[in-house]
Design a protein around this ligand. Structure first.
Ligand code: DQA
Length: 137
């Protein structure tokens, strides 16, 4: 089972960024925990602050991997391009958000990804990534 977590803009700052919303753990440490927990899964991680790089990564993995776990962060609410890439690839995509985007500002209620995602998880903190992995097993 080959899965990849793709994180979008500003998620490289997890642990430092608005900890009351996103928690105080950085993603690199959490990713090590995930790898230890899901030893039978070939799990990789990619983060970019650049929209086109996220699209390129979706194209790269989207015809060979078993699953993509995508937190496109702010691009979720703005990027037709990432939404189209999710639609274009064959690999199923689970959309994850750390926070509950529906209890936040109105502009966060819209997602260009959800309509083409296999499933959506939001509001569970970092645990959402764990639940997304489980959804593929
Ligand atoms: C986020 C929610 C987005 O609205 C925000 O822009 C993010 C993170 C989340 O994981 O809760 O950067 O995707």
């Amino acid at each position: 089972m080959k899965l990849i977590i793709i994180n979008g803009p500003n998620l490289n700052l997890l642990g430092k960024r608005e900890p009351s919303i996103y928690g105080s753990q950085n993603f690199e440490d959490y990713f090590i925990q995930l790898q230890e927990k899901f030893k039978g899964v070939s799990l990789s991680y990619y983060q970019s602050n650049i929209e086109g790089e996220i699209i390129d990564k979706l194209h790269e993995v989207g015809f060979s991997y078993d699953g993509v776990i995508l937190n496109a962060a702010a691009y979720t609410h703005t990027s037709v391009g990432i939404g189209d890439a999710v639609k274009a690839i064959e690999t199923p995509v689970v959309e994850v958000h750390i926070s509950n985007i529906h209890t936040r500002e109105n502009f966060r209620h819209q997602s260009f990804i959800s309509s083409n995602a296999e499933g959506v998880l939001f509001g569970f903190g970092l645990k959402g990534y764990d639940l997304a992995i489980q959804s593929f097993l």
